[in-house]
Design a protein around this ligand. Sequence first.
Ligand SMILES: *[C@@H]1O[C@H](CO)[C@@H](O)[C@H](O)[C@H]1NC(C)=O
Ligand SMILES: *[C@@H]1O[C@H](CO)[C@@H](O)[C@H](O)[C@H]1NC(C)=O
Length: 273
Amino acid sequence: MEAAQFTCLFLLFLLTCHRAQEVAEEVENSSDGPGAAQEPVWLPDVPAAMEYITAAEVAVIGFFQDLEIPAVPIFRSMVQKHQDVSFGISNDSEVLSHYSITGNSISLFRLVDNEQLDLEDEVIESIDATKLSHFIEINSLYLVTEYNPATVIGLFNSKIQIHLLLMMNKASPEYGESLHRYKRAARLFQGKILFILVDSGMKENGKVISFFKLKKSQLPALAIYQTVDDQWDTLPIAEVSVEDVQNFCDGFLQGKLLRETRESEEKTPKVEL
Ligand SMILES: *[C@@H]1O[C@H](CO)[C@@H](O)[C@H](O)[C@H]1NC(C)=O
Ligand SMILES: *[C@@H]1O[C@H](CO)[C@@H](O)[C@H](O)[C@H]1NC(C)=O
């Protein structure tokens, strides 16, 4: 029941926030400085490909048997647009077969859930820059992924079904150090829990915060939920520490719900003995 509500919430969010994101993209585009790598890295053999892919949190590789197809220049144009992603390209038959590619493919490799997502031949044939860019935005999940209308789709498509959200204002002075600690905690739960950052300074994210029955005055806070059932929990925190995040996650994995304890404490009037 609440799982369905989640889906509605996130879909609603998707629809209302699309425009804000388009604007953000335009701004990003205009700030691209010269000197950034503008070409995908050539991967001549299997060891080079493996080394390149495992070193990146998100790698997008063009596997092309034929370098003359229209998808190739479109793929190359992505390098400038997605500066956080590592781009590689290969036409070596051993590399292609190592990654189980039979025709032409563009594949996204993710460290966080150890996933390889392939765009198949038919998709490649009719791909354009908008579609390819969207594919990359949706599926770029990191050790800590920032929540936005694109990544929410990728998060829900991941095989990892427990999400942890840190709701915090990115403009707050503690943000840098908090993110650093949050990332350290994320490594401890890699493959088990997806770590997400929700910028509470963004008005659109208010829906996520109120969904977890939190008020802005209670932030920063952690929220954890399981996408397959209705289990979720929250914990307002004064600051992010690796230990607190770890205890909160471990408790949830063991079935403890702090929220219920808090609620029953509030409901039951304290009896003086
Ligand atoms: C955005 O990027 C494209 C392609 O790299 C470039 O041609 C265009 O001038 C850029 N737009 C702005 C506003 O800088
Ligand atoms: C790969 O591309 C290079 C450069 O275009 C070309 O010389 C080479 O023959 C291609 N290899 C295969 C297996 O098609």
